[in-house]
Every structure is written in C-alpha cells, then in structure tokens.
Design a protein around this ligand. Structure first.
Ligand code: C2E
Ligand code: MG
Ligand code: MG
Length: 544
C-alpha cells in the first residue's frame, strides 16, 4: 500500500480506507517517515485520541525502540501504549519498505480496556472517558469528511426526588428504563454515555444540520417524560437537554462545555426542554460566574446587611414587627437588590450560608428591640431542603436570647411544592419551638389552598399585585376579600404587602386585612435607625 498522506489517497484507496474503518480490530498505518497516516475507529478508541499525523514512535511503549529498526523487526510482537488500556501487545509489519501496518491484538485490547474503563454497571453504558475518546475520533472524522455532529447533554428533572422518596432500588429501575428509551430513540452508530448519576451525553454523528439534532432532542424530551410504571408506582420525570453542534472544529472538552451551557439554559428556561448552544450563552455564563465569585466573597467580607421594614397592625394602629430584608453592599456595583442575587445563591447552594447569617443577625438585632416587636425572616425553599434549618434556628435563638414567638419565618409556596412531606415535618418542628410561620407572596403560586389545609400558618402575606390591583383589574378587590376571608376563618392574620397610598390603605382596611407593610407605613431602614423611628413616628396619624 502506498505511503501517501491520507488526504491524497486516490478514490479507489478510499474504498480500502472505508473497509479498514469498519473492521473491529484496531488498525494503524504509518509511512516510512514515522508518521501515522491512518487509524481506524477501534484504534483511536483504544488510544483515547486522534493520532493521524503523530509520529509512530511516540506510540510505541519501549523507550529503546528506534523506528529505523522496524524493517528488521518484521512481524515480531511489539507493545503499544494506549490511553484506554495501558500497554497492549501489537504487531508491527513493514510494508515493503513503504510504511508500517500496526494491528493490536483485539482480545488483549478489549480485556485491558474492560479492566481500566468499566462500563457503568447499572446501565451498561460507557462513561466519560470513553465518551471523550470517541468524541475525539468523531471530531476528526467530521473534519475530514466535512460532516457535522452533535452532542446532547441530558440531565433528568426530578430524578433525585424520585430516588429520595421511593428509594434507590426504584431509582435504579427507573434509570434503566430511561436508558432504554434514550437508546431506543438513537441510531445504532450514536453513542450514549452515562456521565453522572442522572446525566447522560449522546454523541450523534453524521447529521445534516441542526434540524436533525433538534429532532432527536425533541423526541427524547417527549419519550423520557412519559409515565413509568415501577413496582406498582407510577412515576413521572422529565429531561432537560443542551445541544452543541460542530463540524469538527472543536475539542471534545469545548463541545461538552457548550452542551452544558445550553443545558443550563434549557433548565433555567423551565426544564423539560432543549436548547441549542449559542455564543451569547458564554458571556451570560461568565457574568454569572463572576457574580458567584463575588457572592462567595461577600459573606467573608461582611458585605451583607439587613434593613428592616415595619409591619403595622391595623386594629392596634402600631408597628408590631419588622421584616428583615437582605442588602448586598457591593464595592463596585453598589447596593444590589436581593432579587438580583438570591436566585443564583439558591442555585449554587450558597443561600444556606447566607440564610444562616440572616437568621442569626436578625435574631441578634431584634433582641435589642422592645419586647412587643417581632422580626420576620425570609427563608428560601433551598434552606428547607438543606436539612440544617431547625438547628440554625435553635442556635440563633439561644445565642441571641430572643423569645421564639418573636421570630417569624416567611416561606413561599415554592418551598412546599417540591417535597411537601419533608417540608411539613420541618415546619412542624419549627412550630414546636414556638416560632411563627407565615406564607409570603400568597396568591402568586399554584395551589396555595391545599397547603393552607396542611399547615396552620400564623399569617398570610398578600402579594403586592393584589394590593395595587395591577393586571387583575377589578378582580383584585374580590381576591383580597377572598384571602382575608380565608385568613379570618382559619384564624390566620393577613398582611397586605406593598401599600403605597392612602387609597390602597383604605381599600385593604375595608377588605378586612389585619396588617399592612408598605412604603406608606415605612420603607426598609438600617438597623441602627429603628429606635429613632420608633421614638419619633406618629403612628396614629398614618393609620387612622
Ligand atoms: P418579600 O419577602 O415579598 O419582601 C417584600 C419586598 O417588597 C421587599 O423588596 C420590599 O422592599 C418591597 N416593598 C415593601 N413595601 C413596598 C411598597 O410599598 N412598594 C414597593 N414597590 N415595594 C415594596 P426587597 O427588599 O427588594 O426584597 C425582594 C424579595 O427578596 C423579598 O420579597 C424576598 O422574597 C427576597 N428576600 C429579601 N431578603 C431575603 C432574605 O434574607 N432571604 C431570602 N431567602 N429572600 C430574601
Ligand atoms: Mg417576605
Ligand atoms: Mg412578599
């Protein structure tokens, strides 16, 4: 066989190339200048990288090996150093002085490969290392043949919840069924790898374009979300997918990173969907990463502060407490709103530490107030899941000496949505300590009424949108009335949030709200101005 560069093979030789590509034995061809001119897929898979154009001598394991001696070696066994299987026996044959043919003894290669790189035991799928190796080969193929390929990064939605609630055997059974559906949706040549507990990557080769990739992802989103029957349980999960496309011009790592960025986009877009990578996702991600770095530093550098907004009792016409609201005094960005960083803090889990700081600080500061005043603290759904909330509250109360009934924890419906039973257990333990529990932003979630039935909240905070009547028009009055009605019949207080005008105050009073919190009765203020505020403020004028 002539030792010419792979790209210049005459057409007839392309046929041989194709044939060599198809056989299962790893085959490598080198020219007499020690340059590899061809490696079939099994060879690249075994070596763990694309090797065409590399020196053959670099592959060979024996440091004493000198390529000039190959001619005389003839068919004597040699050893090849591989990424996937360590050193394996190979046969090197000189081809009439024109080049070399290297074949790896397949059984040895496979046996070693199985040792070093076990497939995933549960699903039998290859893992990340094999994926990277295959992706490398596929990218090289795509570059040569001007074909496109796609990687699909999959992350199951709600899998962890199923696993935690129904137990690991059911979780395992579910994963197997999911894998069956994924594999069933792919072509035989596509590679499906399991790269994490509930994360998979599909390598889809030789596609005509983005539509083919989108079609596969669309099919997967549909198939995976169909109901599963497992051991008498019906289970529903979903999948989010990020797609990255390449025509060979990328490294495996870069392509997988793009797939991950697109996956992140799909998840933040509401899960159960796919997104295709776009360069703009990169800059969004960089900003996010910077914000995350800043956020981690902020705790250490004491850049957080709590401001306090008064809550008024309408019947008593006096402030009965303050809500602690988090502020971030950023050295460059200035004062950052919690709405800008709490979602990221929740996603990264940092909210647990920040939230702990909030609870401890609020208890400590409130313990210096007159004893008739309570402090409300916002608690994120993530803090409930973290499992340390009760201990944090116990310790914050003990350290500050604040009476438990003066601490009021505000939770939103999202805290109850995920894992209702576990959250209810936590709420009951907190209630057992004597702490008050309020439902925040009431009316903006999905199924508030069933939660009211399950847990006796002390207070419902009615979302600002109903108080202002934005959007809801004339209906918002009816909603206000309905909520205060539910509150009074269940023995819960109702607080109208966001009251800014006398007119709104008059309205919420006539609808029967028991408390008000808004700019009209007081804006959020720094902790050290509270006593002045209490001394100075003409309460009766404001709420009369
Ligand atoms: P929220 O708990 O519903 O707090 C009420 C928000 O409405 C506060 O915004 C407050 O400043 C604002 N507000 C009060 N009265 C009025 C008014 O009359 N008009 C208008 N336009 N707004 C009013 P803020 O401080 O920006 O906080 C936004 C949200 O961030 C809070 O909503 C809460 O969900 C969250 N948050 C604040 N602090 C914390 C915290 O320490 N932990 C957690 N997890 N979330 C927090
Ligand atoms: Mg709140
Ligand atoms: Mg609220």
């Amino acid at each position: 066989m002539p030792a010419q560069p792979a790209r210049n093979f005459p057409p007839r030789v392309d046929l041989f190339r194709t044939a060599l590509s198809r056989i299962q034995t790893p085959v490598i061809l080198a020219d007499r200048e020690d340059r590899i001119i061809f490696a079939n897929r099994p060879a690249e898979k075994l070596l763990g990288r694309h090797i065409v154009d590399e020196p053959l001598s670099a592959l060979l394991a024996d440091p004493m090996f000198d390529v000039s001696t190959v001619d005389t070696v003839g068919a004597a066994p040699q050893w090849v150093r591989t990424a996937m299987a360590g050193v394996v026996p190979a046969t090197i044959e000189a081809l009439d002085g024109e080049g070399y043919l290297i074949t790896v003894r397949e059984s040895a290669a496979v046996a070693h490969a199985a040792d070093r790189q076990p497939a995933d035991e549960l699903t039998g799928l290859p893992r990340r290392r094999e994926l990277i190796a295959r992706l490398k080969g596929a990218l090289a193929d795509a570059r040569r043949s001007h074909a496109r390929l796609a990687v699909h990064c999959l992350d199951l939605d709600r899998f962890k919840f199923v696993n935690d609630t129904l137990g690991h055997p059911i979780g395992d059974a579910l994963l197997k069924k999911v894998v069956q559906r994924i594999v069933g949706a792919c072509r035989k040549d596509d590679l499906v790898a399991r790269v994490g507990g509930d994360e998979f990557v599909i390598l889809q080769t030789e596609i005509d374009g983005q539509e083919a990739a989108e079609a596969l992802s669309r099919r997967l989103v549909d198939l995976v979300s169909r109901t599963y029957l497992l051991d008498g349980h019906t289970v529903n999960i979903g999948v989010s997918i990020g797609i990255a496309l390449s025509d060979g011009d990328a490294t495996p790592e870069a392509l997988l990173r793009q797939g991950d960025l697109a996956l992140y986009q799909a998840k933040s877009g509401g899960r159960g969907r796919f997104a295709v990578f776009e360069p703009s996702m990169d800059s969004v991600m960089q900003e996010r990463r910077q914000l995350e770095i800043d956020l981690r530093r902020a705790l250490a550098l004491r850049e957080f502060e709590l401001v306090y907004q008064p809550q008024f009792d309408l019947a008593e016409s006096r402030p009965v407490g303050f809500e602690a609201l988090l502020r971030w005094n950023h050295p460059r960005r200035g004062r950052v709103s919690p709405l800008a960083f709490i979602p990221l803090a929740e996603e990264t889990g940092l909210i647990t530490q920040i939230g702990e700081w909030v609870i401890r600080t609020a208890c400590r500061q409130a313990s210096t107030w007159p004893s008739g005043l309570s402090v409300s603290v916002n608690v994120s759904a993530v803090q409930f899941r973290a499992g340390s909330l009760v201990e944090t509250v116990v310790s914050a109360l003990a350290q500050s000496g604040l009476a438990p009934y003066r601490l009021d924890l505000e939770i939103t419906e999202s805290a109850l949505m995920d894992d209702t039973e576990a959250v209810l257990a936590t709420l009951n333990r907190l209630r057992g300590l004597g702490v008050q529990i309020s439902m925040d932003d009431f009316g903006t979630g999905y199924s508030s009424l069933s939660y009211l039935h399950k847990f006796p909240f002390d207070k419902l905070k009615i979302d600002q949108s109903f108080v202002r009547g934005d959007g809801a028009g004339a209906g918002s009055g009816a909603i206000l009335r309905a909520i205060t009605g539910i509150g009074s019949s269940l023995g819960m207080k109702t607080t109208a949030e966001g009251v800014e005008t006398e007119e709104q105050l008059r309205r919420i009073r006539s609808e029967g709200c028991t408390q008000v919190q808004g700019y009209l009765t007081g804006r959020p203020m720094p902790a050290d101005t509270i006593s002045d505020y209490l001394d100075r403020h003409p309460w009766d004028d404001v709420t009369a």
